[in-house]
Design a protein around this ligand. Structure first.
Ligand code: PEP
Ligand code: CO
Length: 468
């Protein structure tokens, strides 16, 4: 018998280690109730679009998802911090290199503030390159005097105020795939091709930021980092050869909402035999689709990617433990991130029993705080908004709940943009209700602008450092 090659043996042992989920295929979700799926008017057209996507290359690779899993494992163990941030919904219209670069720039700035001030590695995950589908509380919405089908994200329909625009169009799934591919291509170029080099830490500061108080604080920190780099070089450290100083990993994530699309991009890894949803490195399940017996949990339990689940104030300790068992039965650190979104007033009381239950059951969960989604309200002019103070207050409550239960406040999940928008109230520059109309550009929920985001990063870093 021919001797087996070393590679065959190695692959076989990797395969032995992977526990394939029982009774799961990438299509089993279809026999479970799937909330929030669009009413596609033409089943044939949907089928053709999904087959087209199925024939396309994956957007990310299994090995990259495993790298993120390992980094999130460090977060679960309390040795790193997760920054997950980006648009509420990406737009087919706002699709430019500048838009992507500005978003990346503010994520890099926040990450360097958190790393420098907290002294722990920061895992960077964008709500980017695939965040195109939105769950809605109601199937219809009032636009002016008309009742129209709700806008469900550019991957599904168009927000224009007429019936035709609101009809789900499956070719939008194909367009979302292509836009995700181009976005990811540019992200890879920016993060590996010099833009993210730490020696450019000053250059990441945009002019409208650097003239503000938080921008000044950033400038001061950037100068300290530059001095530290010069000091290392003077001591004989060859900073040129350290790739960690010149490149960063920015991973992609989105809400895995439209399950047909996610299934079409789910591929078997040739190295391990495990299935990965190759539409993004990390996928999350939203507050409205996290039913234990629902299709979203059925689908994601079978893929090897790191998974997130949004947890609102109605979640009980029993529910959260069942969720951990369903999505992470092997208790792999980094596999499951629970994204709490309780509201500034409720967070401490609602979260503590959940932290306690998960801790006592020994589940290695990454806990992060989404301080955006339960603090939204309508401003006097009807615009959806959030106040910077509520956002910060929810993070303060989140951190104190963790301190009280002796668990690690592992990160934050933020809706932001690199642009100088006026969508969220407050911050050092005090955006007021009257300012909201000046630059309100979001496709869905209100986002922090670059100044508010950097301000938040400083305040979060101070909070975590001082309450350690
Ligand atoms: C979102 O993240 O944009 C969202 C809709 O969140 P949630 O599911 O927590 O409401
Ligand atoms: Co949102």
């Amino acid at each position: 018998m021919a001797a087996e090659s070393a590679q065959t043996v190695c692959v076989r042992s990797l395969k032995d280690e992977v526990d394939m989920p029982k009774n799961w295929t990438k299509s089993t979700w279809q026999s479970f109730p799937a909330a929030q799926q669009p009413d596609w008017p033409d089943a044939g057209a949907l089928d053709r679009a999904l087959k087209q996507i199925e024939s396309y290359p994956p957007l990310v690779f299994a090995g990259e998802a495993r790298t993120l899993l390992a980094s999130l494992g460090q977060v679960a163990n309390g040795n790193a911090f997760l920054l997950q941030a980006g648009d509420c919904a990406e737009s087919f219209e706002e699709f430019t290199a500048v838009n992507i670069r500005e978003k990346l720039r503010v994520i890099l700035q926040m990450a360097v503030v958190l790393t420098y001030s907290m002294g722990v590695p920061v895992v960077k995950v964008g709500r980017i390159a695939g965040q195109f589908a939105k769950p809605r509380s109601s199937a219809t919405e009032k636009v002016g005097s008309r009742e129209l089908p709700s806008f469900r994200g550019h991957m599904v329909n168009d927000p224009a105020a007429h019936e035709d625009a609101r009809t789900p169009d499956p070719q939008r799934l194909v367009q979302a795939y292509h836009q995700s591919a181009s976005t990811l291509n540019l992200l890879r170029a920016f993060t590996k091709g010099g833009f993210a080099d730490l020696s450019r830490v000053h250059a990441w500061n945009q002019e409208f930021v650097s003239t503000s108080a938080e921008g000044q604080r950033y400038e001061q920190m950037a100068a300290e980092i530059e001095r530290a780099l010069a000091f290392m070089r003077a001591c004989g450290v060859d900073t040129e050869s350290h790739s960690a100083l010149h490149e960063v990993d920015v991973f992609t994530s989105h809400e895995a909402l439209i399950l047909g699309y996610e299934e079409a991009l789910t591929r078997q890894d040739s190295l391990t035999g495990q299935w990965y949803d190759c539409s993004a490195h990390m996928l999350w399940i939203g507050e409205r689709t996290r039913q234990l017996d629902g299709a979203h949990i059925e689908f994601l339990r079978g893929v090897g990617n790191p998974i997130g689940v949004k947890i609102g104030p109605s979640a009980t300790a029993d529910y959260v433990l069942s969720l951990c068992e369903a999505l992470n039965p092997k208790r792999v650190p980094g596999r499951l991130t629970l994204i709490s979104r309780m509201g500034a007033d409720k967070v401490e009381a609602s979260l503590r029993p959940l932290l306690r239950a998960v801790r006592d059951a020994g589940h290695p969960v990454v806990w992060i705080c989404d301080p955006m989604h339960a603090n939204t309200f309508a401003a006097t002019n009807g615009r959806k908004t959030r106040h910077f103070d509520d956002i910060l207050r929810e993070i303060v409550g989140f951190v104190s709940a963790h301190r009280a239960e002796n668990t690690w406040p592992g990160g934050i999940h933020i809706e932001l943009t690199g642009e100088n928008v006026t969508e969220c109230l407050g911050g050092v520059e005090a955006v007021s209700q009257d300012d909201l109309d000046v630059r309100y550009e979001t496709v869905c929920d209100p986002r922090l602008n670059a100044r508010q985001s950097i301000d938040l990063a400083f305040q979060v870093a101070d909070l975590i450092r001082t309450t350690k």
